[in-house]
Design a protein around this ligand. Sequence first.
Ligand SMILES: Nc1ncnc2c1ncn2[C@@H]1O[C@H](COP(=O)(O)OP(=O)(O)OP(=O)(O)O)[C@@H](O)[C@H]1O
Ligand SMILES: [Mg+2]
Length: 583
Amino acid sequence: MNTTLKRTLAYFKPYWKLILVSAICSSVVGGMDGAFAWLVEPVLKKIFAGKDTGIFLLVPIGIIILFVIRGVTRFTYDMTIKLAGQKAIQDIRNTLYDGTIHQDMAFFAKESTGELMSHMTNDITQMQEGTGQVICGLFRDLISALSLLGVVFYRNWELAIISFIVIPATAYPAQLIGKKIKNASGRSLNVMGGITSTLQETFSGIKVIKAFGLEQRTAERFRAINLDFYQQMRRYIKYESLAMPVTEVIISLGVAGVIYFGGSQVMSGRMTASEFFSFITAMVMMFNPVKKLQSSYNILQRSTGAAERVFRLMDQQRSIYDHPGALEVGRSSGSVEFRNVSFSYDKEPILQNISLTTRSNQMIALVGPSGGGKTTLVSLLPRFYDVTDGAIFIDGHDIRNISINSLVSQIALVDQETTLFHESIANNIRYGKPGASLDEVISAAKAAFAHDFIQQLPEGYDTNIGDRGVRLSGGQRQRICIARALLKNAPILILDEATSALDTESEQMVQQALDNLMVNRTTFVIAHRLSTVLHADMIIVLEKGRIVESGTHNDLLTNSGLYSRLHALQFSDRDAGEIANEP
Ligand SMILES: Nc1ncnc2c1ncn2[C@@H]1O[C@H](COP(=O)(O)OP(=O)(O)OP(=O)(O)O)[C@@H](O)[C@H]1O
Ligand SMILES: [Mg+2]
């Protein structure tokens, strides 16, 4: 058996009881097909033979009873196998989500969100349809076909052999078509991924599209992808529609042969008419399960393609994970050391030979030109990426030896991307400390100077905010993010342009909040506005991935290096300073 299928089926294993019930019921249903075809002979014989009113009455009653039993068993097997299928698919989806959400940042930088979404929705649906339908039908069709085959052989083995030649003959073209179907559906699902990612990108970037009047262009782009999808689907539809007729034509050859030879046997008196009818009934009834077995094969091919993509995603190796015996550390004192750290995303070195040491509760400012590597530097601390060379220590432990959970519990992060979730404001703040009481949430919001505006919202802390918090201003969003970080109360705080969306007045307010917040923790502050970093215990000037200067504000001013030049620009003429800071 093919490994993808085996792996998919492994997910069904925990639900073997449901499957067993289903198998038993479906054997009953399938077996009844055989029984029905077999009964044709004695019934016809009795009816033709004489005026036996007893059996004449029994037949309709028998039919009703037979179909009621069939209905009940059919319901049971359908229900149980579909439930088992849904449960298995639920497990697959959970496993996939779990694996994906734990992937490292490099993975997410590489994968498109839309395609990931497509794998988790379209591909898995396809798997579900495929495996569900196939397993569902397989038992029944197999048993039904086998029982009918039994009747056929019992009635007339010579004729049976003729029909037997035909059935394998249908297998080869069916297999050929099955392969085409798998390829075509694979391509169409890939294009579907493109559609999802275009949707995701355009709806989340709707503001830019509107502002630049790009509606028409994006609509054209979408139309092109959509057309591509149609074209891929067209191939798929062609092969899928071809499968059934090809099978039927081949089968009809067999039926023609059977009628010819069977008919002549009846005429020469070697077989009775009722036997022949029973035989024909079984043959005709066999049509259906055999056709279904073949279409199951095609569906299976299609779902295997989807399953391959799902498993490929599931098997993606992470480069960042807990090492065996990773330490669980308690609350850190906040002393951090970068020792000869170098880093590159790809080949190009982004950080080179960075060494810096902080004592507990210090404020470290990172300044310097855009693209210098400030964000990259702080993203090494929570292990969004691992250093390429050198090492980072927290309280003397190499962070690669600390469990990821206990590492991230040491760090709170506020950056320019004010990510909020489609939930109430209170719950958004609670992301900092799941299960925090409303009082804790409110005091964090107060400290972040967010309480006042939250209270003025129609539903206060229960106000639901849109995906990216579209109902709030940039500064308001940023203050909620600060409240979230405050609530986390971690010993190490990273503020990457955390006050950039605030006006001077609220910045001053938030600055006070941040000043209070920094008292008992080590803080890394990245800021273009140098006014925010004047009080830092140490200012690090990063340029092109290297530390070009470090010291206190006063030290650096007397140095008359890059910092003092930036400072002079910003304070003699603010605008010029801001411009000089841009790339
Ligand atoms: N995910 C990534 N993959 C590859 N290169 C990246 C990635 N993120 C950033 N870079 C590159 O790394 C360099 C440093 O970027 P970084 O974001 O650290 O700069 P920065 O000092 O924070 O700049 P800014 O002040 O504009 O925020 C840039 O040249 C950037 O192009
Ligand atoms: Mg940055």
